[in-house]
Ligand binder design. Structure first.
Ligand code: PLP
Length: 670
């Protein structure tokens, strides 16, 4: 379904579509060809995955080339086998590291973790730098480069764009392990090609001289086991791996192929011998096919430093974004508020996801938040809600767009804009329509208009206002007064200045409650992070953040004994107490202690007893079956942030943004 779904989602705004088509057996490509009808064909890498589905390599190449039967151009890494099979009527554009007859000849050089790539063709000779060093990423980047060259981008733009590449969500994760070890976690796949990539990566992570590979049986090779394990063995030798730990029936049978090798029939056998394997001072690559569940091995080897983490579900963020998008007219643009570190959830990672989803704008509170996003490579336009006069230079330098809310601010910004001879620098005009926080008022309109009229250094990109009561129907009348005033003032500005800026008024609750006031754009905030101010809407949102910790210690106290500072909890019977390493310094309100709040352990509620300490809290686990080291949930599905907020007489915004930066954020995708 993937290919047709992608094709269907092309619309009139697009001028380029990129499709990835893979095959695992003969006669799959014809169908894809008629659906995609590509103008340009790119052959990335002819690897060994799915070799078992084809008679030989030529058949596989032939099948791949069927996709490009009607293409105008094929871009590929020069390769004799492909050359022989390509239809000579189709234009080709090839590159190579070693074949001088290729259209583009490439050489590379790794320096300080980056790769310098020298490009030579009939027309030019230049160098680019890419922020990767493993072979697969470098080859992918060269493929992109070839496309840019074929589109005739100039050298300077190519160099500029290449340096903005960043590593995509990696299957290979580097983690700190027990006893001074570094783990490379690739517990999701095991085919020969990906083993090569992983070993390449292992080589680049030169932490320790000793290298161990924990390897499961290998699948999808198309070779006989005899040949396959000989090749694996050669790879292991050439990568100077000190020892191999094989897990699985097949690899056990080929143990003799490896020099220093122990094997186990299965994971349970491995765990029985875990302590004798003496993992220490080495880099360990853990690589196994999914069903071997090597994540359990990773868990056993991983250093347990981060006991408290805020896990962020990126799928849930996408879901929530789409939920609010579905409430908008197709033409309404979307600004997403990522102020205060994405409402406590994470800055760059979330901005990157939003960029992927093609939202139109990001909003931050202060210039430095916007600068760190720009520095991290975010390209979306960013509006700064609260630009201080002292930050105007930095705003201009980093192409941020200030919200201007007073004549004083406008004049100060214009002064700098004129000094720098700026033309049409985008600014956003904020109107105060009743919130009485920031914004121009009705009485400022004439002066605002006359200043803007004679000024070409700035351009009013948008006009906005903010509602005070969008979440509360008892103030409906007031909300409509705000909408009417916004309408009137913004219309006046537009008419008298003859401009057509983007108008926007609604936050999350506004999107739900005042759909008629969408204007040209809305500003989504809390809803993206999985919290709605309306109970009936909450069920359509997915939970984004789960704050997790573990049980440090469990003890049993007798009736009359107390827990914590000030003896604020006194046991009335024999009571089992668990201590959790999270406290008010991590952002858990002290009001949540002393019997008010609870955490969830193995699906059951554990009431917080005594006062919450700076770095710890204690819970009653008398009725809960649990052990030291067990994982616990502070908030997430239960208790929800909204429930905590209602009990603590505050709002979810405060709870989310209070979680301290010392709590590590871990982003994941399901
Ligand atoms: C924070 C903010 C928003 C988003 O509000 P939510 O209630 O989180 O959706 C929108 N506009 C402005 C001006 C804001 O400051």
């Amino acid at each position: 379904m993937g290919v047709p779904l992608s094709v269907i989602s092309i619309n009139e705004k697009h001028n380029l579509g990129i499709f990835e088509a893979g095959i695992s057996k003969m006669n799959e490509m014809e169908k894809l060809e008629t659906i995609i009808q590509p103008t340009i064909g790119i052959i990335t890498n002819i690897g060994s995955a799915h070799d078992e589905g084809f008679e030989d390599l030529d058949k596989k190449i032939e099948e791949k080339l069927k996709l490009f039967t009607h293409s105008k151009l094929i871009i590929y890494q020069k390769n004799k086998a492909v050359d022989a099979l390509i239809n000579s009527k189709i234009k080709t554009f090839s590159w190579s590291f070693n074949d001088e007859t290729a259209d583009v000849f490439v050489s590379k050089n790794i320096i300080d973790g980056k790769t310098r790539v020298q490009i030579r063709n009939s027309k030019s000779n230049f160098e680019i730098e890419i922020p990767f060093q493993d072979d697969a990423s470098v080859e992918n980047a060269i493929t992109c480069l070839m496309v840019l060259l074929s589109f005739k981008y100039d050298k300077a733009s190519i160099q500029n764009r290449m340096q903005w590449l960043y590593p995509v969500e990696m299957r290979l994760k580097v983690k700190n392990g027990i006893n001074n070890t570094t783990l490379i976690d690739d517990s999701y796949s095991s085919d020969f090609q990906s083993l090569k990539i992983a070993l390449d990566f292992l080589e680049s992570q030169k932490q320790y001289k000793n290298k161990t590979v924990i390897l499961s049986d290998i699948f999808q090779s198309g070779l006989s086991n005899e040949e396959l394990y000989s090749k694996v063995s050669q790879l292991i030798i050439s990568n100077k791996i000190k020892r191999v730990i094989g897990i699985g029936e097949t690899i056990s049978a080929f143990k003799h192929k490896f020099a220093n090798c122990v094997t186990f029939k299965n994971r349970a056998d491995f765990f029985l011998n875990f302590n004798h394997l003496n993992f220490s001072n080495e880099t360990i690559l853990i690589k196994g096919a999914r069903h071997f569940q090597f994540e359990e091995i990773v868990a056993a080897l991983e250093e347990k430093t981060h006991e408290t983490v805020l896990e962020i579900n990126l799928n849930a963020i996408s879901h929530n974004l789409n939920f609010y998008k579905s409430k908008l007219k197709p033409t309404t643009k979307m600004m997403v508020m990522v102020k205060a570190f994405g409402y406590g959830n994470g800055g760059f990672e979330i901005a990157k996801l939003l960029e992927h989803h093609k939202v139109d704008y990001l909003g931050v509170a202060f210039a430095d938040e916007g600068i760190s996003l720009k520095n991290a490579g975010i390209k979306l336009p960013i509006m700064v809600l609260n630009p201080e006069t002292t930050s105007f230079s930095a705003i201009i330098q980093h192409h941020l767009e200030p919200e201007i809310y007073s004549l004083k601010g406008l004049n100060a910004f214009l002064k700098i804009a004129q000094q720098r001879k700026l033309k049409h620098f985008p600014i956003h005009i904020k109107l105060d329509t009743g919130m009485h926080r920031l914004g121009f008022e009705e009485e400022n309109m004439d002066e605002l208009i006359s200043i803007l009229k004679e000024n070409k250094s700035v351009k009013v990109k948008s006009i906005l206002s903010h509602m005070a009561t969008s979440d509360d129907f008892t103030h409906q009348y007031f909300a409509h007064l705000q909408i009417d005033l916004f309408d009137r003032l913004s219309t006046k500005l537009m008419n008298e200045l003859s401009i057509h800026p983007i108008r926007h008024l609604l936050n999350t609750s506004g999107i739900s409650n005042f759909p008629k006031a969408q204007y040209d754009m809305v500003r989504l905030g809390i809803g993206l992070y999985g919290v709605s101010n309306a109970v009936e809407e909450q069920k359509y949102l997915e939970n984004v953040g789960t704050l997790k910790s573990i049980i440090s210690q469990i003890r049993t106290i007798q009736a009359g004994e107390s827990v914590g500072y000030g003896r604020r909890f006194i046991a009335t019977k024999t009571t089992k107490i668990a201590t959790i390493p999270i406290g008010y310094a991590d952002g858990i309100s002290r009001h949540w202690g002393n019997g008010v709040g609870f955490i969830t352990i193995n699906g059951q509620k554990a009431t917080i007893v005594g006062s919450i300490c700076m770095d710890m809290l204690m819970v009653d686990v008398t009725e809960i079956s649990c052990k030291e080291g067990n994982s616990v949930i502070i908030f997430g599905e239960s208790p929800t942030v909204s429930f905590m907020a209602s009990q603590l007489k505050t709002i979810p915004y405060e709870i989310l943004t209070s979680i301290s930066q010392r709590v590590k954020r871990v982003f994941y995708r399901e």
